[in-house]
Design a protein around this ligand. Sequence first.
Ligand code: FES
Ligand SMILES: [Fe+2]
Length: 427
Amino acid sequence: MKGNGYGNDNGGGGARFLREETYSASRKNVEEALSLTPDAYRDGDFFLAEQKQIFARNWVAAMPAQTVANAGDIALAEVAGQSLIVARGDDGELRAFHNVCRHRGTRLCEENARGQKRIVCPYHGWGYNLRGECIGTPLFDKGANRRAIQMHDMSHLSGFDRKDYGLLPARADVWGGMLFLCLDESAPPLADVVGDLPSRLARYRLQEWLPLARRDYDIRCNWKLLFENAVEYYHLPWVHPRLAKTSRVSDHRRWQGRGMYCGICTSPVTATDDAGWLSMRALPGLSDEEKVSGYFFGVFPNLIYFVMPSHAFVIVASAIAPGRTVENAWLIAHPECAGDATEKDIAEVADFWNEVNLEDVAICEKVQRGVSLAAYPGGRLCYHFEEPVHRFQQMVIDNMTGIRRVPRGDEDPPRKSAAQAQPEARE
Ligand code: FES
Ligand SMILES: [Fe+2]
């Protein structure tokens, strides 16, 4: 990669992607920086490295928390290639476990379930309650019945205590109605990641919002292209001609405080007959600005959240391969908004977002095809619009190089239109 502005490739395999010097051109201020090295979107070694450095070390969004709302609910998720069971115990607690039996390692669960009291291994029947405790080891220990003990002469069994063989835990937490999972015990709490979002969005009461519709997208591009696309509005006039009528480029501004997130706000959302997203009534209790605004942000690494006055469109992105991402997307709303809406209203909003998302998907797939060409040397960011992209890329680089850092966010940026916007120094 000599002569491309990113420095020399001075290491085999993925090792170079863990070194700060690989990213020196992207570490500059947004006014001068090159976008992330194209290898970040196309290289198999980068993909493997980011699974370890990003997805295995951070809180990763998985699904609406509603999926495991009740005691006995079980849901499966995958984080950094690891299968996890999320379960709501009889004590009401939400927990996550690695999907593996403590006996000889059989995969325990294959699908979501409701009304479960226990998880039983399909191989030799070891059982676990939904608190993760091992509660049954048939014919194995002193808990076996007398006849079994006689039959199998297990009197010599020692040094075994079921308490030591509970399911292997992972971390689970909830914000914004979404369940997050984390494989890394040493990662800071989810509260640090979402930063000031809970207070900024407090009036929305997002923890009460419920899924109304779901769509899944199998996309031929890298997950980072989708995140980057979601937090910039530069592309609006070309990619979303319909959306641009209600969400005008000049009505956007950056919207990012402390936390591992970045994004933009559009205010006001212009009401037109064509505005599919206005089919539902606004949530009572919002501020005057919130009643007419949309907040579009991404929470690092894989949650994309578009909050409107009456609903939100939420995307969980799963990185499958360098050039492939699966998006699970939900239309969610507060019951006070959804309750008043007809099925037609909801379908209209869902269709509107599906249309917008398909436009984004199509352009991101084109970007993937472009950045996959060996000739592409990386490009410059447009500081008027792409500071959130730059901020995201700094988080990627931080993680790849082993730095844990939560961006402080903007200093209450003054409201300004794109035309008036001036370059602002990176923190
Ligand atoms: S592997 Fe699970 S009970 Fe044997
Ligand atoms: Fe878009």
